[in-house]
Design a protein. Sequence first.
Length: 602
Amino acid sequence: MSQPPNQPPQGGFGAPQDPRQGGFAAPQPGQQGAPQTPPPPQGAPQTPPPPQGPPQTPPPPQTPPSGPPQPGYGYPQQPGQPVQPGPYQSGPYAQPQQQPGPYGYPQQPAPGYGYPPQPQYPGAPGTPPGGSRNPFKGKPAVVIGAAVAALLVIGGTVYAVTGGDDKKDDKPVAQGSDDPKGSESPSESGGGGDDPENLNGGRQAGESKVLWYKPAPDAPKSGADAPGMWITDRTAVKAAYKQLFGFKVADGEDAWDPITFPEKICAVTPQKSDSDKIVVAYMSGSSDRAKCNQLQQVDLNTGDKGWKGSVADGQLFDSTLDVELTITGKTLLVGRSQSGTAYDIDSGEKMWDKTRFGDKCFPDAFAGGDKIIAVASCAASSSDEHDEVQELDPSTGEAKWTRRFDKGWRVSRVFSLDPLVIYGTNEDKKAWNISTFDSAGKIRSQVDVDLEIGAECGWAILQRDLQGCSGVVADANTLYMPTKSTASANEIVAIDLGNGKEKWRVKSPADDSMLPIKVEDGKLIAYVQATYDAGGQVVAIPISGSGHQPAKVLQNPASAADIENGFFSKAYAWADGRFYLSSTRLSGQDEAKEKLMLAFGK
């Protein structure tokens, strides 16, 4: 996670490049479908546009915005800054930079929730400055700073501690489960259908009701993760600490006995397979030497445990201390710190490895779902340090295309896979960029909207966590992006992915943020968060035509607003007319009476 040196940009982040410069936007010669061949440092793109000016010449400074700096989503907002060179230094998309910052990182957690205090970075979304609506005039970006320096020390210690005696298997072998129905431990969540706390008490006419809810299981006082939430037509499944719970969607009754793992859950597949299977990773032990390398497949509808196996470490410094799991079709991809291994999701058989490509590129992050995207750190600690992105064939692991990013630009998040929308940051420029790619990996557009992004994103410290953001939705031609709340309410902005321009925007109908969930039947389904005295809402926004006003689908009861609004961090889903809300982090405080999951409906 070391940051690129302060070098002049060499080509563009997201627009076609000057053929003399190469860079992120321009694929290098010989890169198409050839992940094992290192790209030459310079060369012409396959279809270069005419260059537009010297790539090293920055635009003139912009007048700083007036007024005091505003606090950002995860960082304090900086006062007005001079214009930085745009991410594209040549070509028709060449842009200067603008003040609004990236979102990408959540607010600092309160003490006691199990997260260490996190440094705040300049560049959080704040009040949009006046002047040009061009988004690339000084957008402050992610500055890793001291946090990374500390983490590098921690990482070195981790590698030193975890290396040594542990055995490495070249081929992690899938094994039959020795416990097809999981643990017989009773659920701590209680039965479904009852309402002992009377969350529906005083429910007003027109309000939805809490169909069922589940208290959180016991967790360590330091807190515990509760990752993932999966909804099928029969069950709602939730992970928490060492357990996996399955509830009937209709009434919340236990669909199957909870599964208890020997150690804490450390990763899950955010997606489920077409056959409603997921894979859970749990720690190999509880000591400092433990790794996140134990895999268990689970059937969401029956709770049956399928194959299980362990993931070996890679080469030196390629650790399974943390892993990321994704499912694309029938391919389960397990990402280590510097490589990935693919398995058949149904059988657990190993399919392929994605290891170092070229001379100095190490794939250290993956995104999966509609397609597989690999992000690699290349030529670290050298003057040519940069990121590269590849789309991988799910069946073979071969690269369909490769895209080199300019020096200084870091791939921070993937907002959408189909179409591919990437959020990148540049520490030196204090800048961010959102670009859309076509199926061949060529730049389709970059966002050109005055925007302070307000999506909710998880921590990205030891890993990039490419898919760690919620509240951003895309269909084939439009990106739906929430803005940061100003004086409580926010907006959803529809952005044309063909040209990066704004189509329309609509304000939240209540005094809290509105976040996109999914596109369904020609409408954008969004969640309006609860306030201290009013329940949340589910609304439907027409995505075509001239009218885009939110129509209320559910108004959750005010009697449950405290719980709905009280999650430290949360996941949400909309399926078959029900709205599901669950915690993704347990505080471990017994007096908190935390809820694990709620279902709302009519």
